[in-house]
Design a protein around this ligand. Sequence first.
Ligand code: CUA
Length: 278
Amino acid sequence: MSSVASRFKSRGTASPAFLLAVFLVILVAATVYVFVARLYPAPPPISRDAVLVDRQYDLTLWVAGAAFVLAQLGLAWAVFRYRDCGQQASHIRGNVALEILWTFVTLLAFVGLGILGRNAWAGARFTPSAPDAIQIEVTTNQFVYTFRYPGPDGKFGRLDPSLVSAPTGNPLGIDANDPAGKDDIVVSELTVPVNRPVELLLRSQDVVHNFFVRELRLQQDAVPGMLIPVNFTAERIGTYEIVCTQLCGLGHYKMNGLLHVVPQSDYAAFLKREALVQ
Ligand code: CUA
């Protein structure tokens, strides 16, 4: 036994352990700097739900950040502390109490963050829309967004997939025989009044697309065969970009649209103008 041990016995060298520990400390410092200095800030939120999402994001980042820093610095310490000094390696059994403790702490962090984040998530998706919410239908296809307003009668006309024909001006396939569809307004940009609840009804004509507005912190897939409602109330006038965040084909990279948040009077004027054009 002693002859085997002596055959493999070496002087050992601490430099790899030292370098790895230094690398880990630099990695931690650089990563923390990127977040603390806010090098890539998100655009300011424009709705209450967006503020909730930001708060949840910050909290998650603090919890995950603390775990990251402690784990990496702990690793750096262990790598350096138990570096090769030519000593005999010894076997250590696991510690059941510690295993239970950190499994429980991880479980608590995940479940706790999930419960706390529920409000931010449910506000846009599971909370029923306000009674005075403006309904707007959003139809996605490769690679455009088309928006439909129900018009003065407040009712969307019937759609017939066999009538879909963008070149003849009926990209949604509105059935001309349905009187409810006569006054429907179909446009390529989304216009909503400021401070009014809006309910979007997301559809897709071909593959899975996505509706994402950074300033609303609202991101929702549009899935063929499903009508998916999402709510928001924009509280700041401006023009914001809508982007598709699902890889939906060769033109995915340029699939985008515009959201105009306008004063109530401008919104009324927009509806009147479009009603004349349609
Ligand atoms: Cu539609 Cu990506």
